[in-house]
Design a protein around this ligand. Structure first.
Ligand SMILES: [Zn+2]
Length: 492
């Protein structure tokens, strides 16, 4: 099935494959919240993430009040005017392809209920249910139905987006019977007792966004939806969207595989005042090696001085992280996923944190012949597990098996093996975790722009949302004494 990376065995060993019964999710939104910008940010991302749960969610039933949509909420596909229900139906269709169905609720039974906004009229529905709401920087979620009654006038998407990720995660877990009770507010502003500012008029420093896949595009989606935010981004990625990105890449719809990731990223910003500059290639090698790159003079001059002030790293390979580290950017904010954990970290040569080199070492990679020998020493079962881990289709498995039988004859098997070796393992990944990593990453970047990086990392330079536990954790990271880049010492 296309875009089903969440159906592989998850790294915690808790789930594998489709659940016995595919979920029918009832999304129930109330007035006035559904008419607000915040409410629509939440609904848009929630339906978006549910529609990507191929093989887990079958149907999304919508019960939403009839109201006009706000501009700047529906970015991919772009919908600028019309009614909310129609927009959500179109969104669900555009994302879900043939695999998930989004339709108007008609009283047919649901297996899980997500209430968006006010919870006063929530009744005991006899199936797992959760109330989600978002306001400014805070996501409020409750399985007992006790969230605050938001009538939000905030245009800030941060809290609503995180609430949408948690709601989509609840539906996913409930399909496997693994949902947990939760009554929490998660404030991404992170300062006790403060709601956090509106984003209008805030200018962020020019930043390189490296890697525009699942996490990078969620970061972009959040920034593009933050009306009033100003600044410039240099977006870099060498790749095209593939079928397997469909379950989690927010810049792409069902029909977009084959489009370049930089093109899809740029499309998010059509109505935005933020300046987007793109480069299709790898950073730093291709980028710095191309003197003709189209970058505004101001950015070019600081590049010539060897200064990369801000890097948003959403690359997913260690060798790309090392490539970034060698350029000694002043500030790196990185986002990634591991199973059901959405992770972010701040890295710098200065300050109380790690540098990118402290944890990410270039992996030792076997040559193709050594790898062939190693595979030949495995049992047939172990070898098939290796193929599955590396995303090989049956045809490719067969060609590699042929090559392993007779390594002296270089057929397509040798080339296939070389390609799988380069691509590495295909990991378990699901949309709401990637989106949450992009959202936390975006929130931290904007917060750092407002309060400065030192204050941003006061409580710890790492922040992650753990979807199995439904917990937001901030931790301190120590420099590593044997780091080849900073040597374990801060430079200021
Ligand atoms: Zn280091």
């Amino acid at each position: 099935m296309s875009g089903d990376r969440h159906l592989r065995p998850d790294p915690d060993g808790r789930i594998a494959g489709s659940p016995a019964t595919l979920a029918t999710v009832l999304v129930k939104a109330t007035s006035p919240y559904a008419g607000t910008v915040a409410g629509q940010h939440l609904l848009q991302l929630l339906v978006n993430l549910l529609a990507r749960q191929f093989g887990v969610v079958r149907e999304i039933l919508l019960e939403v009040p009839d109201c006009e949509i706000h501009r700047g909420v529906f970015l991919a596909p772009r919908i600028t005017e019309g009614r909310l229900l129609a927009a959500l139906l179109f969104l669900g269709d555009s994302i879900g392809g043939d695999l998930t169905i989004t339709r108007v609720a008609d009283g047919s039974p649901a297996t899980v209920v997500i209430c968006v906004g006010r919870s006063a009229d929530r009744i005991d529905v006899g199936v797992p249910s959760i109330v989600v709401a978002g306001h400014q920087w805070t996501a409020s979620v409750s399985t007992s139905g006790s969230t605050a009654n938001f009538e939000s006038f905030s245009r800030n998407p941060i809290g609503p987006y995180l609430a949408a990720c948690i709601g989509a995660g609840f539906a996913f877990k409930s399909a496997y019977g693994k949902q947990i009770a939760i009554d929490r507010n998660f404030n991404l502003w992170r300062t006790e007792g403060e709601l956090g500012p509106e984003l209008d008029g805030i200018t962020f420093p020019t930043a390189y966004v490296l890697g525009l896949g699942a996490v990078g595009s969620a970061f972009g989606h959040l920034v593009a939806a933050s009306s009033g935010l100003r600044g410039n981004l240099v977006a870099v990625d060498p790749q095209y969207m593939s079928d397997t990105d469909r379950n989690r890449m927010l810049s792409g719809t069902w029909i977009d595989p084959g489009e370049s990731k930089v093109g899809l990223f740029t499309r998010l910003f059509v109505d935005s005042a933020i300046g987007i500059h793109t480069f299709k290639g790898r950073w730093p090698q291709d980028y710095l090696g191309d003197p003709g790159r189209e970058i505004p003079p101001k950015i070019r001059s600081s590049e010539r001085a060897g200064r990369f002030e801000w890097v948003i790293s959403a690359v997913d390979r260690n060798r790309d992280r090392i490539g970034i580290a060698t350029q000694l950017p002043l500030n790196v904010m990185s986002g990634s996923t591991f199973g059901m954990a959405a992770q972010t970290a701040y890295y710098s040569m200065q300050g109380n944190c790690e540098c990118l080199g402290c944890r990410h070492r270039t992996p030792v990679q076997l040559g193709v012949e050594d790898l062939a020998e190693q595979l030949n020493n495995l049992t047939k079962e172990e070898r098939s597990a290796w193929y599955i881990d590396h995303g090989a289709i049956p045809q490719v498995m067969a060609s590699i098996e042929e090559y392993l039988d007779n390594p002296s004859c270089a057929g397509p098997g040798a080339a296939d093996l070389a390609r799988l070796r380069l691509q590495g393992r295909v990991d378990w990944a699901v949309g709401f975790v990637s989106a949450a990593a992009g959202v936390i990453l975006g929130a931290r970047f904007v917060r750092a722009a407002i309060v400065g990086p030192d204050r941003e990392i006061e409580g710890g330079s790492e922040s992650r949302y753990l979807f199995w536990a439904d917990a937001l954790r901030t931790t301190k990271a120590m420099r590593s004494g044997d780091c080849p880049i900073c040597g374990g010492k801060r430079q200021g």
